[in-house]
Design a protein around this ligand. Sequence first.
Ligand code: ATP
Length: 888
Amino acid sequence: MWFSKSKEAVLYELEVDPSRGLTEAEAQARLKKYGPNKLKARKKKSVFQLFLAQLQDWLIYVLFAAVVITLIMGEYIDAIIIIAVIVLNAVLGVVQEVRAGNAIEALQKMASPKALVRRDGVVQEVDSETVVPGDILVLDAGRYVAADLRLLESAHLQIEESALTGESVPTPKDASITLKVPNTPLGDRDNAAFMSTLVTAGRGLGVTVGTGMHTEVGKIARIINTEEQIKTPLEIRLNRLGKSLGKFAIGICVLIFGVALLQGRDLAEMFLISVSLAVASIPEGLAAIVAIVLSIGVTSMSKRNAIIRRLPAVETLGSVNIICSDKTGTLTQNKMTVLKYFNMEGEATVKPGKGNIPSEDARLLAKAMVLCSDATYANGEGTGDPTEIALLMLGDDLGLDREALNRESKRIDEFSFDSNRKLMSTLHEENGRYTVYTKGAIDNLLKLATHVQEKGQVVPISEQHRQQVQAATARMSEQALRTLGVAYKPVEKVICAEEMERELILLGLVGMMDPPRTEVKGSVRKAKEAGIRTIMITGDHKITAYAIAHQLGIAECLDQAITGQEIDDLGEHTFNEKVRNYRIFARVSPEHKVCIVRALKAQGNVVSMTGDGVNDAPSLQAADIGVAMGIAGTDVAKGASDMILTDDNFATIVSAIEQGRNIYNNIRKAVLFLLTCNLGEVVTMFITLIIGWEAPLIATQLLWINLLTDSMPAVALGMDPGDPDVMREKPRDPNESFFAGIAGWRVLGGGFLIGLLTIFAFWFGYYEHGYSPFDDNVPFATLENARTLAFMTLVACQLFYALAMRHPTKSIFQVGVFTNKYLIGAIVLGLALQLVVIAIPFMREAFNLKMLDKNGWFMVLFLGLVPLLVNELGKIYLRVWRRKIVDQ
Ligand code: ATP
C-alpha cells in the first residue's frame, strides 16, 4: 500500500521528480493510458428512450385513441395526420430536451473544479479531469482534492473527509509519517489525501497515486447520478398553472361534447374535435418553453462571464435589489503596487525601479514582507496573491536580493493567512537562529505588538508610537491606499503557530494602490437606475474602503461606513434596524457577512452576495444569489454559489441581473402568447358550437395550429433580444404573479378578440356564398370555404399578434420590427406553411380546405392584422397614461 511506503519509494514507482513534476508530454501519455480523472456517471438515456418517454403522456394516449377511432371510421388521412402530429411532437420534445441538457452540461463543465498541478517545473491550474497518476498536486485552503494523493509536504494541512468517512471534523495531515499498518482505515491515513475531500486549512503537496474510478471515492461511488433534474420555481408554478388550465380545457371539451350530443351532431366527428381541442388548448408546452428559454439564456450568460450553477438563480436575479460586493478584485483591479511605506523614521515614497536608498529599518521591513509571502515574481510575471506579489516587487525596488534571502532564511513553519485573523506568519531559520515574521491588518498588529523597531533599536511601544502608526494609516487610507503592517520577533526555538502571533516587534506598514476597475462606476450608476443598491463589503480598512467607494459612487459620506467591530458593538437587534443606512462594511469577517445578509433579507430585500474564501460559503448560501469569484475564488465558495463570475468583475453581476430580467420577461412573453393563442381556439370552438353552428375548425386543423403556428412564435419570443430599457425599471417583486398588471387582461382580451375574429371569418365564408351559418342544407363547398377562412384567419391573427407581444407598452416600431430575426422567421415560415397547405392539392384535401378567392385573402389579411393593431392602439393609450402619471 502506497501510504505504508516512504515518499521516495512512491515517487520512484511513479517515476516523477517532485520539484519538476511530470512533463506535459508524459502527462498526456498517461492520460491516454489511465483515462480521464472522473467518476463514471450513470449512462445517459438514448435518444430512442427519450423519444419513448415523450409518448408516455395521457394527452398522447388520448390522441392514440383518436387514431384508432379515425381508422375505424375509415378516415385514413386524419389518422395519418394525427400520427404525424404525435411523432413530430415527440421529435421536437427530444430535440428540446437534448439541447437544454447539453447547455446545462456545458455549464456544469465550466464550473467544474480545477487542480493546481506542477508540470515541467511550473505550477499551473488544469481541469481536474486531466490529472494523471504521478502528477504533483498543490493543495491550498478551500480547494477540493482532485485525486488520491500520497502527501509529500504539509504545512498545518487540514482536510475535511466527510465525503468519504462521514466525519465532518477536519483531519490534520502529516506528510512526514509512513504508516506501518497496511490496512490502516481511511480516516487514519494521515499521509494521504483523497479525491473529493476538501482542504480547510494550511497548504500541502502530494503525488497522485490514483485517479478516476481507481480512487477511494471511486470505489464507493461506483455510480454517480448526474441526471438530477432541477426544476425552477417558475417551472413548477407553470406546471401547476398548465395542469389547472388543462383541467379547465378538458371541462370545456366535455361540455362541448355534451352540448353536441344534445344537439344531435355527428358523434364521431365531435369526439375528434373535442380531443383535438383538448390537445390544442391544454398548455402542455409551458414548462418546455421555460426550459428552452432558460437553457438558451444561461448559455448566453456564460458567454458574458456569468456561469449560472442553479437555474432558479436566473429568475431570482431579476428581483435582486441589493448587490453586496467584495472590494478587492471585484470593484478594484486586484493589481497592487506599493506606493509608500512607513516606519518609525517616517514615511517614504517608493520609486519604481532601483532608485531607492532604504535605511536598515526599511530593508528589514521589506525583508519581512518578502519572507512572509507565498507568491512568486520573476521577469515581470507573478503568481499567487496580488498583495504578496506587490510586496515582492517592493523588495526588488528596495534592492533586496530575494533569492539570497530565501536561501539564507529557510522557512520551517507557517501560520497561514485567514480572513478572521487578517494575519499571516512564517517562522524562519537563519544560521541556527529563529525569527517569526508576521504581516497583516495594521490594527490587529498594533494589538499584538509590544515593541517597535526604531532607528535600528527595539524599544517598547509607546502611546506616541501607536498614534504615529495610526496617523500614517489614516493618511494612506485617505488616498485610497490599502495598508498592510509587518512585524517580527526573534525566538529561541521552534514554536507552535499560535505562539507566533504574540509580543511582536512592529516594523511599520506599507500603502499599496489597487485602482478601481474602470467599468465599475458606470455599472454602479446603472444598478442605481435599476433600483439596485450597491454595498461594499471588505476586509480592508474603513477609510481606504470609503475612499474607493466614494470614487465609485457607492457612498457619499463616511457615516455610511461601519466596521465589523462596530457591528458587534451595536448588537443584533440595533444592527438589523440600522443596516439600511450603510453602504460600506469594512474590516468584516466572513461571520459578519452572514449577519449582513440576514439583516438585509429581514428587511424584505433580495440580496446578492459575493465571496471567494474558504469561510464565505455560509454567507453565499444565506444570500438569495450567492456569487463566487471564478479566478480568485476557492472551490468551497464556488460550490456554495448560485453563480460564478469568470472575470471576478462587479460589472458582470450587473449585466447578469440585466440578462436575468430579460430572460424572465422573455419567458413571460412566450407563456402569455401561448395562453392567448389557446384561448383564441377555445373561444372559437365553444361559442360556435353553443350557438349551434358547424365546427369552424376540424381536428386536423386544430392539431396543426397547436403544433406549428403557436409554438414556433412562442419559442422565438423566448429568444427576444434584451430590452435596452430593462434596467430603468424597478426590480420585480419576487412574489409577483405571472399575470400581474395588465398581463392577465391582455391574455383574456387577446384570446377573445382572436376567437371572435375567427368566428367572423367563418361567418363571412357563408355570407360570401349567400348563406348563414344558421341555415340548414348549406352546400359542403360553402362550409369548407368558411372553414378555410376561419383556419387562415386564426393562424394569421396568432402570427401577427406575436409581434405585439414583444413589449407590453412599446410599439413594434419602437422595439424594431426586424430586431428579433427568429420571430420574423417563425412568422414567415408559419405563413409559408399555411400557403403550402392550401396550395398543394393533396395537402389541401387532407386538411379539408378550399382555395380562397381574392375577397377571402383580403379578409384573412385584414382580420389577421386586427389583434396586432388593437394591441398597438392600447399601448399608445398606456404610454400616454403613464406619461400623465409621471407628469403629475
Ligand atoms: P475584500 O475587499 O475582497 O474583502 P480584502 O483583501 O480587503 O478583500 P481580506 O482578503 O479578508 O479582504 O483581507 C483583509 C485584510 O487582511 C487586508 O486588508 C489586509 O490588511 C490583510 N491581508 C490581506 N491579504 C493578506 C496576506 N496575504 N497576508 C497578510 N495579511 C493580509
